[in-house]
Design a binder for this molecule. Structure first.
Ligand SMILES: *[C@@H]1O[C@H](CO)[C@@H](O)[C@H](O)[C@H]1NC(C)=O
Ligand SMILES: *[C@@H]1O[C@H](CO)[C@@H](O)[C@H](O)[C@H]1NC(C)=O
Ligand SMILES: *[C@@H]1O[C@H](CO)[C@@H](O)[C@H](O)[C@H]1NC(C)=O
Ligand SMILES: *[C@@H]1O[C@H](CO)[C@@H](O)[C@H](O)[C@H]1NC(C)=O
Ligand SMILES: *[C@@H]1O[C@H](CO)[C@@H](O)[C@H](O)[C@H]1NC(C)=O
Ligand SMILES: *[C@@H]1O[C@H](CO)[C@@H](O)[C@H](O)[C@H]1NC(C)=O
Length: 782
């Protein structure tokens, strides 16, 4: 074991040396920001000219060019070596040159399952019928689509495709645009050049992949149907989660941009090309469930942040998943203030599965079990050395007829490892014992019932008393039960704030359902995405922030159709300030992983509340100027900013002489990551309620150790005054270093509740050390 690890390290070291000494070419993105010509052909020629400057001939440059980005912004990607990249970066016209990375899809496991259940509780089960999103177009950046899925059939009486649409339905392998696209699926494109350059040429005879927008993974079909899937009456996974499936905006149009492939990998060069097209095609919303874990790169070195900035400038809302690297703090991804970052939470549904022992003891676990099974319950030790349910510990002994009791804590082992091992041993099934905070049901490769540690311990101790170490067990078919509390609970895996690159912008922004979500699935791909699973399904359960992101995208599509003139920031404000802070029992939403009360770093502003978001009362709006100031205070140079944000050449960027906190960005939440002294923050709200006049009154919950005052405390909105600023003064009241405390500011007119989390970390270290010294002096005297 040790040897393998060391030799691997050695190998890695050698390959690093190779990169340094021998010229290898990589895919680089050369970003020019400003688009000064409106003619795409001229722009492309210009790109080729620039690139030719680092080659002997234009022909060579042509060979190395991958994409010319020329619609939404200007730039290109090319396969070049380090020297060439450095030369290009020196050029005056060039804003930044960065290596294209490979991003990954945000599903927790390759065989998680999902169910499409849009909203957790019955009391707000159908708000989205109010409006249908007919006139909005959602661009889904993912693994493509299975166009035959019922979720992408036309709804009845759909209007013609909006005239603003300039996109295309591109054909390819097993994808005939004439039959695949319709009034629902109005656009489909695929991007392979970056992926092939950075990984390997796609060989479609070796994999099940398609050189077309067709989905060979399942992820894209699933997320698309969550966001905009048409209404389908009888959806279920072998009877589980049965009901009507539909997306958040069931009548919105879908445009698919396939940038991720069967292996779940997505090239940044391809992603930027998709942004370029989507902006030009005329989508209203971009939904993207992928990312790259820490370290987070500066905004100007990240294709998702650049692409989303340009989209935002064109009025397009961009929704990203937060990532599945929780519950560790600062694991959140996709943190740019101009996009929306979504955490994942549970819904109120469970799949209880009864386990009955021969002595009459009964236990309840969770599973998607369809059969009544009788078998011997056997402890793991019998088949696996050390009781560790993993293939490398297998005693090479057949477990036919046995249900193996496995503890996640022995090893420790992941549930996938235990399932693989039990399958190899030909076991009948598995009872998997894990901390309840980490459990959620997914589709398994072998019958697996999840139980918590209390029940698992009882089972184990009962078996240990038996002379034979085994006992007869019955496992009954699972049931689907709804209205199970507590719900929502933030998923253990959901990535947590604070943002590791811009801690004064609260991220994630919001949470939405992302555990055991049922949605459309390509019948050609097994529900566990494994070869030996021969089942074919139209609906599948999946979990991840990948699934929570399109829930928000669907709701944003509805908001866009109700309020077509609202900016992406106003729409984000609407969903954030109206989000649920409490769960279905009116308790504080819990954070899975700890089972303690969630904080804004788990859940952002709260859990998505679609109905309230339609009518938020007030919004915190932001435009390019606000982001310019943010970028100034963030520390970018004027030139970087000017070009990054694609303003006309005559516009000037005026950064204030002194950098101040970027907490003043008119964000719908307030975060101060280092409060050293009394500080005043400004916010501006715009009245968007139906009534012409309204009076809003502030109520404040101060974070522990911080005195908060809001001025004015009362806001009068009238026909003549629909926008008012207020000031929040924060005064540290304690000595502290690096502890976050949470409060909130709520504006209410008696009907609307406009809530902003207030997150403050008092850092009075200087003061504290002074006091420390004097107290030390005191110690000496004593
Ligand atoms: C990079 O590529 C250029 C053009 O092909 C070549 O002239 C140069 O020698 C290469 N640089 C290195 C360090 O190999
Ligand atoms: C941005 O990317 C370029 C090219 O990969 C790299 O040289 C530079 O260090 C990066 N900047 C930062 C701050 O990461
Ligand atoms: C693709 O894979 C098949 C089977 O392994 C092989 O015969 C074929 O030559 C490959 N094609 C390319 C273009 O590499
Ligand atoms: C496992 O058992 C089979 C049949 O009993 C045997 O052929 C095989 O060599 C064994 N493998 C190992 C690794 O011991
Ligand atoms: C498991 O079953 C398969 C198929 O029946 C058989 O080929 C294999 O040898 C069995 N393995 C064990 C360990 O019993
Ligand atoms: C039961 O398990 C214990 C400890 O794991 C072992 O010592 C004992 O031999 C087992 N008994 C039988 C009958 O397998």
């Amino acid at each position: 074991m040790t040897t393998i690890y060391l030799s691997f390290l050695g190998l890695a070291f050698i390959s690093l040396c190779v990169v340094e000494t021998v010229s290898t070419s990589d895919v680089y993105i050369v970003y020019l920001g400003l688009k000064d010509v409106n003619d795409p052909i001229l722009t492309s020629n210009y790109h080729l000219n620039l690139l030719s400057g680092v080659f002997q001939s234009e022909e060579e440059a042509k060979q190395s060019m991958i994409y010319s980005y020329k619609h939404g912004f200007s730039g290109f990607s090319a396969k070049i070596n380090f020297t060439q990249a450095a030369t290009l970066a020196e050029m005056e016209q060039v804003i930044s040159v960065f290596k294209s990375r490979i991003l990954r899809l945000h599903t927790t496991r390759s065989w998680d399952f999902m169910g499409l259940n849009l909203i957790p509780t019955a009391d707000h089960s159908n708000p989205l019928q109010l409006t249908h999103g007919d006139n909005t177009i959602v661009g889904l950046f993912d693994t493509g689509v299975w166009p035959e899925s019922k979720s992408f059939h036309e709804e009845s009486n759909m209007h013609p495709i909006p005239r603003t649409w300039k996109g295309k339905c591109v054909g390819g392998q097993n994808f005939n645009p004439k039959t695949a696209c319709n009034l629902k699926l109005i656009g489909a494109r695929y991007y392979l050049k970056g992926y092939e350059q950075e990984r390997a040429p796609l060989n479609t005879s070796e994999t099940s992949e398609y050189r077309s927008p067709r989905d060979a993974n399942g992820h894209g079909t699933h997320t698309a149907s969550i966001a905009v899937g048409s209404t389908v009456k009888t959806a279920s996974f072998f009877g589980f989660g049965q009901g009507t499936a539909r997306g958040g905006a069931p009548r919105a149009r879908l445009a698919v941009y396939k940038v991720c492939w069967e292996d779940g990998k997505c090239s940044e060069a391809d992603i930027l090309a998709a942004f370029d097209d989507a902006i030009n095609d005329g989508v209203d919303v971009v939904s993207a469930s992928f990312g790259s874990p820490s370290p987070l790169l500066p905004f100007y070195n990240s294709s998702t942040d650049i692409g989303s900035f340009h989209a935002m400038q064109k009025g397009i809302s961009v929704i990203f998943s937060a990532g599945n690297n929780g519950p560790d703090p600062s694991s959140v991804q996709n943190v740019a203030p101009w996009s929306t970052c979504v955490a994942a939470s549970s819904i109120d549904r469970s799949f209880p599965t009864r386990i009955l022992l021969d002595n009459g003891f009964s236990f309840t676990g969770e599973s998607f079990n369809t059969k009544h099974i009788q078998a011997n319950l056997v402890e793991a030790r019998r088949y696996f050395r050390g009781g560790i349910c993993r293939i490398d510990k297998w005693r090479n002994k057949s477990a036919v007829g046995a249900v193996i009791l496995c503890f996640s804590t022995q090893g420790p082992v992941e549930i996938e490892d235990a399932e693989t091992a039990a399958l190899a041993a030909n076991a009948t099934g598995l009872i998997f014992v894990n901390s309840p905070t980490r459990q959620f049901v997914e589709v398994d490769i072998i019958l697996t019932v999840r139980v918590d540690l209390i029940q698992g311990t009882k089972l184990y101790n009962y078996m240990s008393q038996c002379k034979t170490n085994q006992t007869k067990v019955s496992i009954f078919p699972s049931k689907t039960v709804i209205k199970q509390s507590p719900a929502p609970v933030v998923a253990d895996f959901s990535s947590r704030g604070p943002s590791s690159i811009s801690p004064d912008i609260l991220k994630p922004d919001i949470s939405a359902p992302g555990i055991s979500i049922l949605a459309a699935w390509p019948p050609g791909i097994s529900p566990t995405s494994t070869d030996f699973d021969e089942r074919s399904v139209e609906w599948n359960f999946q979990s991840g922030t990948s699934m929570s992101c399109p829930h928000v995208s669907g709701v944003v599509a509805l908001l866009k159709s109700v309020h077509p003139d609202w900016s992406p920031a106003a729409i984000k404000s609407a969903i954030m300030t109206t989000a649920y802070k409490r769960d279905m029992n009116d308790d504080t939403i819990l954070s899975g992983g700890t089972n303690e009360e969630s904080s804004p770093f788990d859940i952002g502003s709260g859990h998505l509340n679609p109905l309230k978001a339609m009518d938020p009362g007030l919004v915190y709006d932001m435009n390019a100027d606000d982001y310019i100031l943010f970028l100034c205070n963030y520390g970018y140079t004027k030139d970087q900013i000017k070009n990054l944000i694609n303003l006309s050449p005559r516009t000037t960027v005026n950064c204030p002489k002194q950098h101040t906190t970027y907490a003043n960005l008119n964000y719908p939440s307030i975060t101060v990551s280092s409060l050293q002294d009394t500080m005043t923050i400004k916010r501006t709200v715009r009245h968007v309620g139906a009534k012409r006049t309204s009076i809003y009154i502030a109520s404040i919950v101060s974070p522990h150790g911080v005195e908060v005052t809001v001025w004015p405390r009362i806001l009068f909105f009238s026909y003549f005054c629909d926008e008012i600023s207020y000031y929040v003064t924060l005064k540290p009241q304690k000595l502290s270093q690096g502890r976050y405390d949470y409060g909130e500011i709520v504006w209410s007119d008696g009907f609307h509740t406009v809530r902003s989390p207030l997150v403050v970390c008092v850092d009075t270290a200087a003061l504290a050390s002074a006091i420390d010294e004097s107290s030390q002096a005191l110690d000496h005297e004593v």
